[in-house]
Every structure is written in C-alpha cells, then in structure tokens.
Design a protein around this ligand. Sequence first.
Ligand code: ZN
Length: 117
Amino acid sequence: MGKTYSPEDIKEAHKATIYHEKDILNSSVCTCFYCGYQFDPHNEKEEIEWWDEESPKGKTIVCPMCLIDCVIGDASGFPVTDHDFIMACTEAWFGGISRISDGKPVERANRPTIIVD
Ligand SMILES: [Zn+2]
C-alpha cells in the first residue's frame, strides 16, 4: 500500500519547485513532476536552464526534458523519488493532465529555435 500525503505536504512541495537554486545544487537527484524525468543536476550542467535569474530568492531550474519549471531536488527534504509522492503532486498541480498522469515516457521537448539576425 502506498503512502498518503496531506494537501499541506503537496502545497509545501510546490513551493520547493521555485527559487530553489541552492537546494538543486545540493541535490544528487532531482525529479520533474510534470514529465517524470529524474536527473543529477551536476551531470547536466550544459542542458540546464534557469529562470528567475534576477530574483533575490534564487533562480528556478527548468526541466531539461520538458522545459517546465516543476523540478524538486532531494535536498528539499521531500521524497522526490517516491512514486506515490510524485503521483500525488502531479495530480494536485496539473489536475491529472501531465505526462506522468498520462503514463507517457520521458521525452525531450523541442526547444523553440531562436533566430538572431
Ligand atoms: Zn520535465
């Protein structure tokens, strides 16, 4: 039987998906709660994008696969690799509309091509 998580846990976890640069850099595993991608942020430095560069609270990491800002690292203290936790969060945040809810495999999204002229 899976664990259950309270709505408060889920809400707190959502806060850990933004302005969390320090947590991410202290984590050895991060999970994207939209597409399910798990990665070590130290192995993907080249691929990783950050948003909120100007925020005094810290930058926000963007998932290298789906480009959505819904990533939590294990340094946040949340069980980021626990399947039940991942399901509870993705259901709560995306209303059952995510690649995880759909059971789709992790897949790299196409980056928009930026044309500089
Ligand atoms: Zn993702």
